[in-house]
Structures are given as structure tokens and as C-alpha cells.
Design a protein around this ligand. Structure first.
Ligand code: FES
Length: 79
């Protein structure tokens, strides 16, 4: 599974660094580092209400405060 977090300016303002740090921590805590390809990406052209996170070919809009729920539902459950 490939995960890309947008670090473009609009997503940066919405907390992309918190999403990156939070995801790194959750991935480590759950021992998933070797199952995921985790990267940063530039603007995906889909500046949304939250931070754009692309999982394989699907783009999600993630708010830093909802990260844990997002991780459980869209990453952990699908591995
Ligand atoms: S800045 Fe993140 S999608 Fe545009």
C-alpha cells in the first residue's frame, strides 16, 4: 500500500506536518512500516477542507484531529 501526504502550501496550512508525524507514529506503533510505502507529495490539485492523503489511487481529505479514526478505517483495516 502506498500512502502519500500532500505537503503543498494549502495542505501545509491545514496541518500536513501533524498528519505526517501522526501517521509515522501510528505506522510504527502498529508495526506496519514494512507493509507501507510512506511518502510526501506536492499539491495534488485537490486542495480540500483537510489535508490531502492519497492511498494507492484514492485521495482522502484528512483533518489532523481525525487522523486516528482515518488510520483505523482506511489503512489498518485494509492491510
Ligand atoms: S496543497 Fe495539498 S492538494 Fe493542493
Amino acid at each position: 500500500m502506498e500512502i502519500k501526504v500532500c505537503i503543498g502550501s494549502s495542505c501545509h496550512l491545514k496541518g500536513s506536518h501533524r498528519v505526517v508525524e501522526g501517521l509515522q507514529k501510528l505506522i510504527e506503533e502498529n508495526g506496519l512500516s514494512d507493509k507501507l510505502d510512506f511518502k510526501g507529495a506536492f499539491c495534488m490539485g485537490l486542495c480540500q477542507p483537510g489535508v490531502s492523503v492519497k492511498i494507492d489511487n484514492e485521495v482522502f481529505s484528512v483533518k489532523p484531529e481525525e487522523l486516528e479514526e482515518f488510520f483505523e478505517k482506511n489503512i489498518k483495516a485494509k492491510i
